[in-house]
Structure formats: C-alpha cells, structure tokens
Design a protein around this ligand. Sequence first.
Ligand code: GNR
Ligand code: NI
Length: 162
Amino acid sequence: MAIRKIVEMGKDDILRKHSRKVTKFDHRLGVLLDDMADTMYEADGVGLAAPQVGVLKRAVVIDVGEGLIELVNPEILWSEGETIGAEGCLSVPGRRGTVKRPEKVRVHAQDRKGNHIEVEGEGLLAVCLCHELDHLDGVLYVDKMIEDVTDQMQEEEEGKGE
Ligand code: GNR
Ligand code: NI
C-alpha cells in the first residue's frame, strides 16, 4: 500500500485525457486500487479516479462514509432527479463550486476480479459517482460548474440554523 501523488489541474493535461477500459484483472490492478484508496483517505477525499494519480485506466474508488467502493469500467445505467450542490476536487485544490447532478444513479461496473456488479446511490454518493465517472472522460467539475462557492457563502451556509 502506498500514497500516490495527486495530479492537479493546469499542471498536467493527463486529467483531460480519456481513460482506457481495464481488460486485465491482475495483481497490478489490485495494487492500483489499494494505492488509490490509501491516497483518497490520506487526502480526506470521498472519491478518487485513476487519472488523478496519473493512470489512464477506468478505475475509481469512493467512500462517502458507507465503506469503500471500488469500481472498474463503471457505466451509468440510469439516473433520475436533479440536485444542485457544492463540489470540490482533489485535483482542483482550494476551490469549490456548485454543479447540477442527478439525485439518484445506478451504475454497472466490475470489481477487482472482473465480476460484474451494480451500485445505486442517492445524494452525495450519486454526486460522487458522477464526479468520478466524469474524470474517466477527462471532464472536471469546473467544466459544469454553475458558480464558485466563496468562503463567505460557505460561512453563511454553515451559520444557518445556529
Ligand atoms: O473529496 C471530494 N469531495 C467531493 C465533494 C463533493 C462532490 C464531489 C467530491 S469528489 C472529491 C474527491 C475528488 O476529487 N474525486 O475525484
Ligand atoms: Ni475530482
């Protein structure tokens, strides 16, 4: 297990490239997924896509507090609803912005052994699934962003109900 370096927007165009489908479910893929989980937890993220650690493979890890999810070759089967929420990205440090996403999504993927799996998510998990899948096609949340979330907006949000 190892922490890998997270690529940042503007420093490397790898984040803008299309990732390739995984065809070999070997030890190397397992090491990549282990390292991605380590790197995500170390950075306090809720998700991480392989291109963010410089690997153009269709693999993502997610943990929104409900346990680790590993998805290889993920594809959205369907989505429903709409929600606008603030997002951040480990590859775009120091910024947050609002993005419109589906409220609920169902994803087909493979696990590290190549078994076919399906994952359904609502709320933050749905947002995170969409955010990570976008990374695999070279898309960053800033491309879809409605507006920046400023520190002042953040404070107002946090001050609500207190
Ligand atoms: O850590 C992350 N937090 C987050 C918050 C709201 C919406 C999406 C995310 S994903 C992000 C980690 C990341 O950059 N994954 O690619
Ligand atoms: Ni991201």
